[in-house]
Design a protein around this ligand. Structure first.
Ligand SMILES: O=C(O)c1ccccc1N[C@@H]1O[C@H](COP(=O)(O)O)[C@@H](O)[C@H]1O
Length: 207
């Protein structure tokens, strides 16, 4: 199982997450976000994190050209797309980058059927307000959660084990509960989140 630490806005926070054992860092390029980062800072942070850490560019309802230009400038290794987006847009993006396609609970069943056979598109289930820190009702989603999908939405050290136990996601992603302030990581929250996720997934290292 993969662990992604999202909303990285500095080199220091990228190094922190990498040293905590994160598999992936998220860089948010949606102008509405309080965690907005420039492509240049994301690029420097990605280099600082090292080559084994995936670099995910996060976008919300942005045009294909803008996404591709920003992703290239930031040297990300994957893109995560939120919002109301046509299937064709996602397919075109997947020709360039592995795509994490984020969906809300009410979109999950249809999206699972649509993307089941596309190797470049992975679903991520999130709460309706991205970056809002609100957890989903995991027990209610158990029957519909597709194998191979990722989970986000209000995850942190205190609840990630329960979420993994309920849905067995292929990856977990968090931002709000890992911060002091929007865009500023809380080092202890990052370390305990990654550690708790690893232990719950059975990939932790006993102390
Ligand atoms: O966090 C944001 O500001 C944001 C803005 C636009 C698109 C996505 C955003 N964040 C994503 O939200 C989820 C979960 O966040 P949280 O843990 O519930 O706060 C995660 O996928 C972030 O990448």
């Amino acid at each position: 199982m993969k662990v992604k630490v999202c909303g990285t806005t500095s080199v220091a926070d990228a190094v922190l997450a990498a040293q905590a054992g994160a598999d992936a860092l998220g860089f948010i390029f949606a102008p509405v976000s309080r965690r907005l980062v420039t492509a240049q800072v994301a690029r420097e942070a990605g280099i600082a994190a090292g080559p084994t850490v995936a670099r995910v560019g996060v976008f919300l309802n942005q045009g294909l050209d803008e996404v591709l230009r920003t992703a290239e400038a930031a040297r990300v290794s994957a893109v995560q797309v939120h919002g109301s987006l046509p299937g064709l847009y996602v397919r075109q993006l997947a020709a360039y980058y592995p795509v994490l396609r984020v969906v809300r609970p009410d979109e999950l069943t249809q999206a699972a059927a649509e993307w089941r056979d596309h190797p470049g598109v992975t679903l991520m289930l999130d709460a309706p307000e991205p970056g809002g820190g609100v957890p989903l009702d995991w027990a209610a989603l158990r029957a519909d959660f597709p194998a191979g999908a990722w989970l986000a939405g209000g995850l942190g050290a205190g609840n990630v084990a329960q979420a993994i136990g309920a849905l067995n996601p292929a990856g977990v992603d968090a931002v709000s509960r890992l911060e002091h302030l929007p865009g500023r990581k809380d080092p202890e929250a990052v370390r305990t989140f990654v550690g708790a996720a690893r232990v719950a997934a059975g990939t932790g290292y006993p102390q």
